[in-house]
Design a protein around this ligand. Sequence first.
Ligand SMILES: Cc1cc2nc3c(=O)[nH]c(=O)nc-3n(C[C@H](O)[C@H](O)[C@H](O)COP(=O)(O)OP(=O)(O)OC[C@H]3O[C@@H](n4cnc5c(N)ncnc54)[C@H](O)[C@@H]3O)c2cc1C
Length: 353
Amino acid sequence: MKTVDYIIVGQGVAGSCMALQLLQNNKSFIIIDDNKHKASAIAAGIYNPVVLKRFAIVWNAKQQIKKLKNVFNSFEQLLNQKYVYEFPVFRIFNDENEKRTWNKKADREDLKDFLAKDFSRLNTFKNIHQPIGSGEVLETGRIDLSNLLPDFKQYLKLKDHCLDESFNYNLLEIENNKVIYKDIEAKKIIFSEGYHIKENPWFGQLPIIGVKGEVLRVKTDAILPDAVVKAKEFLMPLGNKEFFVGATYDRDNVNYEITEEAKTILLAGLKQFLEDDIQVVDHKASIRPTVSDRRPIIGAHPKFKNLICLNGMGTRGTMLAPVMVEELYNYLEFDTPIHPEADISRFYHLLNE
Ligand SMILES: Cc1cc2nc3c(=O)[nH]c(=O)nc-3n(C[C@H](O)[C@H](O)[C@H](O)COP(=O)(O)OP(=O)(O)OC[C@H]3O[C@@H](n4cnc5c(N)ncnc54)[C@H](O)[C@@H]3O)c2cc1C
C-alpha cells in the first residue's frame, strides 16, 4: 500500500495547479488522469480581467491576475519552458455608443488600470476592418496550456506522481480519516474532473452547466498584430503564421463533436474584421464547466469530509484555477474559511448529506 496526503482526479488546469501547490509545500500526492476531452488542452488560455461584452471588471480580477503570473511563472521555472505570453487584447467597437461607454468606464477606479484610452493602436493594420476603432485591454495575455499540461504530466510521471488511467469511482473506499483507492491510501481525495464531474457519484448533482465551445486553428500570410483581436469572434497569434479563432458558446448541444455549423459561424465572425485569405488547419471542441451562479465550487462534501471538490472554472480557468487552488489548499491544511461565493456549502442542499 502506498500512503500519500492527497489523490487528485483530473489533470486539467485546476488539477495541475493543485499538484503544483502540493509539490511546493512538500505534500505527497498521486494525480490520476485519462486525458479525455480535457477542456484546458483546447482552450485559448487567454487571461483578461475585463468582460468584453459589457466592459465590466471580472470578479476579483486584480487578485487573480497577480496570482496567475506567480503560478504560471513557477511552472515555467519548474519545467524550464515558456508558457506565459503577455500581449494586449483589442476589442473592435460595434458602434459609437460602445466607444463612449468604454471611454467613461476607463476613468473608473476598478477599470482604469485595464482599459486604455488610446483608440488608435490598431490603426496601422489597414487590413483589420474597424471603422469605429478599438479599445485596448491591458494586463492581458495567454497561458500556453496546450504545451504546459502534457509537459507537466510527463514531469509528474517521471516523479511517480501520476497515473495515466481512468479513475473508477466504484473502487473508492471511504473511511473516517482516509480514503483507499486500489493500493493507494490518502488522507483526502480532490476531484477536479471538469465537466466529467457529471459522472461523479458524490458531486454529480452540483449545478455544473456544460457550455460547448468549438475553436479553429488557421494559417494566413496576413500581417497581424501580436495581440488578440476581438469582434464577435477573436483571433489570437500562435506563431509560425498560425492563429487561434474562437470560440462558440453552445448550451443546447453539449457534446464533443466538431460541427460544420460552428466552423461557418467562426469563419463568418472572422470575416467581419479580416478580409485576408485564411486556411483552416485544425478544428476542436470541448465543454466548459460553468456554474449557475457563475462562481467556482470548492470545498468538502457535506457527509464525506475527505472528498473534496475543485470545479466550476467556467469560461476562465486560466485566471480562476490559481486563486481557487490557494484558497482550497489553505482550507484543507489550515482550516481557513473559503470565500463564501466559491464555497461548495451554498449547494449542500443538492448533495446527499
Ligand atoms: C473552446 C474553449 C475555449 C476556452 N478558452 C478559454 C480561455 O481562453 N481562457 C480561459 O481561462 N478559459 C478558457 N476556457 C475555459 C477553460 O478551458 C476551463 O475553465 C478549464 O479548462 C477547466 O479546467 P478543469 O481542470 O476544471 O477541467 P478540464 O480541463 O476539462 O480537465 C479535467 C481533466 O479530468 C480528467 N478526468 C475527468 N474524469 C476523470 C476520471 N474519472 N478519471 C481520470 N481522469 C478524469 C479529464 O481527462 C481531464 O483531463 C475555454 C474552454 C473551451 C471549451
